[in-house]
Ligand binder design. Sequence first.
Ligand code: HEM
Length: 236
Amino acid sequence: MILFQILVLLSQLVGLAGITLIGVWMGKLGGFGWDGSGKEFNLHPLLMTIGLIFLYAEAILAYRVFRNSKKVYIKSLHGIIHMLAFVCAVVGLKAVFDNHNANNISNMYSLHSWIGLTTVILFGLQLLCGFVTFLFPGLQQSLRAVYLPTHVYFGVFIFGMAVATALMGITEKLLFTLKVPPNDYASLPETARIGNSAGFFFVIFAAIVGFLVTYPDYKREPTEDEEYEHQPIIMK
Ligand code: HEM
């Protein structure tokens, strides 16, 4: 289990490094504000990556890191972190739409925006279905067991979509801001190195989180408060 602990620690360092670099980069592009200007845009990359990459992964990892705790506590933690992630995503989206509308820039024209909005919508639906199925009292255990594999699949898939969206967004922003030689993207100035590195860290983060979540030895052992995942489903 020492490898597990090292990988969890490494994931945290790499994830936080990615977020910090996004913050530093946006700081260099003028900092933050809520006035429709570029400063409001700058909140978009920071909040989207904090919410849909870092917090999202923390919510997933809760099931591995606290795997000896009672399931009801982990479930609640998982749900609360996901809700925080969703709030970050909604405010981050509002920031970019406000900035576009205030500056007469078209909305939803890029592949980044199409995949990005789809990611947020799927994330919201996943959150809703998760709440209704797993946290709402009274739902039949067998129904929960039927839905669980779908929930797990979409959880990992949407996380992958969020990372892909962030990579596209980083590239777009670098191309938008670094146009003129000698400070164009191709000359790899400081902000390009920062943006590229942030993206690189997110890919490593996703690789580690993906491993921690799928490696069979790291799966939770059921505690006595949970029965439904392991009950056979009786088909009549
Ligand atoms: C990971 C989560 C992210 C999601 C879900 C997301 C989603 C979106 C959406 C839906 C838009 C369209 C807004 C509009 O049309 O008014 C947008 C715009 C934009 N985003 Fe992101 N974004 C994410 C991360 C990032 C990151 C990390 C950057 C890097 C700097 C970024 C840079 C941009 C840029 C430059 C635009 C304006 C150009 C365009 O519409 O493509 N985004 N984003």
